[in-house]
Design a protein around this ligand. Structure first.
Ligand SMILES: Cc1ncc(C[n+]2csc(CCOP(=O)(O)OP(=O)(O)O)c2C)c(N)n1
Length: 654
């Protein structure tokens, strides 16, 4: 069968000769081992063809195709528990586990998730999206298995960059100590999203470089076995010696000293070799084992293999050339404005240091890494370390700027409190993807940062209304002494001029954008412009509204807000974040502290207490009323309630 795909610019068909009959891993296991490489090829073609139209984690998933095929073949999934780290590389796993035909819906509203979700499939044994969680979860499952006297395998698949994450290291420490039966599959492609960094990467590279040694020892073994009569004995002696050498030269401390057995390394694109290695791993019952597979990110597309950095994740692209298909952007992204402004500020102030935790492109720090290599650091997937490292830098008088996605900083909450704010250190946090992240979904939405940052003493918390104000805030942030946070959304700015030098803003001062009427809309960050548009729409209906750009969630502009509370009938707060503990909560707290909670009606607009799914960000925001129309409608409703009350009140008085 050939699956026809409408509108695809390059290859129009994905071959599905074998794949069409694989609706579950049980179907895969009915095939002969010799057919598996073909299955992998079909999957690869299908992923490429689909991603060229819808975009996704193309490079990462292309690199793990054979791993997925071999794991589902060698293990009895879902009885054997397969835990994927991050889950961005798991498209082949999705295809093999009943989601083949849904792949074109990946990351779209109502479609399948781009990561792993327990509610999506029984084969997604552990939900993921953030890195370095698989080993801890798998170890927990393995210990539970042992306690229940069950016998299934527990397998964690983890990338080389995620393995260097703190949690993974902590799990290795415990697994080696407990000697629990656990299989760790290391998907080693020498890459994070950017090239992997750190000492562990150097160590894995040394194992790769021992390739020559491996080949040599295999050849010697074969030759010894071929010698008649004494061959077996010589081979045994040599094997013992060889194992001793291997132990010393190859996997080294990580495995030998920490109690892991090591199988490897294996060509991660050779399904047969992988199946063999996994079967060998299943025989190891007395402790944890690492199967070290070498893979190539983007495997199977020349453009992706040549530039696997850019191909980690892609939008739609031309299948033949690999060139991205993009609609021209009207304005630069917030990420780009951040990266450029950071460099501008770094050029003027030598104390500024730029930090990213494995997201140089995603955060825009790549520019600083190029222009100021001695003052810029990619610390790897290590948000907690990043924050405390920044704390150390600031103690010695530097001004570290941590550029971290809002969702990933969640992991370093204690470091923000304990290592930065309690000591009132001069560390700056720039939170990209503050708000609804779109297709990446629940694990990637940045909806909590207002709450988690404003709750910590000493922290200044702000959000710009557009990319121009973002530049002002960045300047204000580096001039301010003490911890400060800026959050900004994913995607493009709104197209305001950004060529004037950034201005210093007064900390805790809001901006009055429109004045009049009995209603005040107090909007925060990305919601300011939709609020202004809603006010214009309301004005056409004869309803005047004051619009405030709050700028700061902490400290609040209490003078202005209290004045509004005394003079307006309705205050509407709007934010792209969870309502619980968010900006609107801060306004309510202020009113309560000043005894004004009954003076004015307050309506808070934001995200209610539920998990927000994946999908187009605009669509998701509209769903929660967080766009011009939603704000307009909510205010109209609130005004009607107020009018009703007023009429009733007047009737009673009459
Ligand atoms: C805590 C956390 N920080 C950052 C990220 C962003 N991220 C997604 S995949 C990835 C790279 C993972 O590299 P590796 O584990 O080697 O897998 P590969 O993509 O190379 O297959 C990063 C940094 C994340 N998902 N979670």
């Amino acid at each position: 069968m050939w699956l026809a795909k409408a509108g695809s610019p390059g290859l129009q068909f994905a071959r599905m000769t074998l794949l069409q009959n694989i609706n579950s891993p049980a179907d895969l296991r009915k095939l002969k081992i010799d057919q598996l490489q073909d299955v992998a090829e079909e999957i690869r073609e299908y992923i490429l063809e689909t991603m060229s139209r819808v975009g996704g984690h193309t490079g990462a998933s292309l690199g793990a195709v054979e791993l997925a095929v071999a794991m589902h073949y060698a293990f009895d999934t879902p009885h054997d528990r397969l835990v994927w780290d991050v889950g961005h590389q798991a498209y082949a796993h999705k295809i093999l586990t009943g989601r083949r035909d849904s792949l074109p819906t990946v990351k779209q509203y109502g479609g399948i998730s781009g990561f792993l979700r327990r509610d999506e499939s029984e084969y997604d044994t552990f939900g993921a999206g953030h890195a370095s969680t698989s080993l801890s979860a798998a170890l927990g499952m393995a210990i539970a298995r042992d306690r229940k006297s069950e016998d299934h395998n527990v397998i964690a698949l983890i990338g080389d960059a995620s393995l260097a994450g703190g949690m993974a290291m902590e799990a290795i420490n415990q697994a080696g100590h407990l000697k629990t039966r656990l299989i760790v599959v290391l998907n080693d492609n020498e890459m994070s999203i950017a090239p992997a960094v750190g000492a562990l990467t150097g160590y894995l590279n040394r194992i790769r470089e021992a390739h020559g040694y491996h080949r040599f020892k295999d050849e010697v073994e074969e030759k010894l076995l071929a010698i008649p009569s004494v061959g077996e004995r010589l081979h045994h002696a040599a094997k013992t010696m060889k194992d001793a050498i291997a132990a010393a030269v190859l996997p080294g401390a990580l495995v030998n000293e920490l109690g892991f057995k090591y199988i490897g390394y294996v060509d991660g694109h050779n399904v047969k070799a992988l199946v063999r290695a996994f079967r060998e791993a299943q025989q190891i019952k007395d402790g944890p084992v690492i199967v070290h597979a070498l893979t190539t990110k983007g495997k199977g597309h020349p453009a992706a293999e040549n530039d696997y950095y850019k191909w980690h994740a892609t939008g739609p692209f031309d299948l033949k050339t690999g060139k991205p298909i993009k609609s021209p952007a009207k304005a630069p992204t917030y990420t780009k404005v951040f990266g450029d402004t950071l460099c501008e500020l770094m050029a003027k102030d030598e104390k500024i240091v730029a930090l990213t935790a494995a997201m140089p492109d995603g955060t825009g720090v790549c520019e600083a890494l190029t222009q100021f290599p001695s003052r810029s650091f990619d610390v790897g997937i290590a948000e907690q370390h990043c924050v405390t490292f920044a704390a150390g830098l600031s103690i010695e008088g530097l001004k570290p700027v941590c550029a971290i996605y809002s969702t990933f900083l969640q992991r370093a909450f204690d470091q923000v409190i304990h290592d930065v704010c309690i000591q009132d250190l001069n560390v700056k946090f720039c939170l990209d993807r503050g708000g609804v992240a779109g297709g990446d979904g629940p694990t990637h939405h940045g909806l909590l940062d207002i709450a988690y940052m404003r709750g910590v003493p000493n922290m200044v918390v702000m959000a710009p209304k557009d990319e121009g104000e973002m530049r002002d805030m960045m300047y204000t942030m580096v001039e301010h002494v003490g911890p400060a946070t800026i959050r900004y959304p994913r995607g493009n700015g709104i197209g305001v001029p950004i060529d004037r030098p950034p201005q210093l803003l007064e900390i805790g001062k809001a901006e009055l954008l429109r004045d009049g009427g009995e209603i005040a809309i107090v909007a925060y960050g990305s919601m300011v412009h939709p609020a202004l548009q809603a006010a214009e729409h309301l004005a056409k209906d004869g309803i005047e509204a004051t619009v405030i750009n709050a700028r700061f969630a902490k400290p609040l502009d209490s003078g202005l807000l209290l004045a509004l509370a005394r003079t307006k009938r309705l205050i509407v707060t709007v934010e792209e974040a969870y309502l619980a503990g968010g900006f609107g909560s801060a306004v309510l707290e202020l009113l309560e502290e000043n005894g004004l909670q009954d003076k004015v009606r307050v309506v808070r607009m934001g995200i209610p207490d539920r998990i927000v799914t994946h999908g187009d960000a605009k669509l998701l925001l509209a769903k929660y009323g967080l766009d011009q129309d939603g704000i307009y409608t909510r205010i109209k409703e609130a005004v009607e309630v107020l009018e009703d009350r007023r009429t009733r009140h007047e009737k009673v008085r009459a």
